[in-house]
Design a protein around this ligand. Structure first.
Ligand SMILES: [Zn+2]
Length: 196
């Protein structure tokens, strides 16, 4: 199936259903990560292309690897890591999209505090702009938590659906049918500012 144009692709993807975890500057939230460690199958990482368009909001497309038309166009790709979590502010199951640096940060917590999902973490966002934004994590004491299996499964299904690679033809339609900003090439869009 050939889908042309950004709007059509977005409709086809049914994106927007996925509940993303966000923090504003100087905001904090108490969360329960829903993965044990780096080997947990619910911890998902994919290479992605962030695209900026002249007339459309930015768009993120999963890299299809070999024969990827976005790679062929020289558009930078980055590794995005998706952490499922339970946000205790509003009792919602959400996905937190992070980069490689954060994964390294998490590794430190794993080494020191063990399995991620055994305790709550207070997450605090600090910084005035994208370049200097950091997230501080404060582990609470271990406490049992039973996630709602159905809500968690639905979250993971929606995540996998939204990350499912498009066909080569769809990706070609995405870049050919829209006015790509010159700046989109080799420019990384910070994850906080990518609408889904
Ligand atoms: Zn690619």
């Amino acid at each position: 199936m050939l889908i042309q144009g950004l709007k059509n692709i977005k409709n086809h993807m049914g994106s927007g259903k996925l509940n993303y975890f966000k923090l504003k500057q100087n905001e904090s939230a108490l969360v329960r990560f829903l993965v044990t460690d780096a080997e947990d199958p619910n911890l998902i990482a994919v290479y992605e292309h962030d695209l900026s368009f002249r007339d459309n909001p930015p768009f993120t497309a999963t890299c299809i690897g070999q024969n990827c038309p976005l790679c062929a166009k020289g558009i930078a790709k980055r590794l995005a890591i998706y952490f499922p979590l339970y946000d205790k502010r509003d009792n919602q199951y959400k996905i937190w999209r992070r980069g490689v640096k954060f994964a390294e940060q998490i590794e430190g917590y794993l080494n020191k505090y063990g399995e991620l999902n055994k305790r709550d973490y207070q997450i605090e966002r600090k910084g005035t702009n994208i370049q200097n934004t950091t997230y501080n994590l404060y582990p609470e004491d271990p406490k049992p938590f039973e996630p709602d299996i159905e809500a968690f499964e639905e979250l993971m299904i929606n995540l996998k659906k939204s990350l499912a690679p498009r066909t080569k033809e769809e990706l070609i339609g995405l870049v050919e049918g829209n006015d790509l900003l010159d700046g989109a090439i080799e420019v990384e869009i910070p994850d906080e500012d990518v609408p889904f």
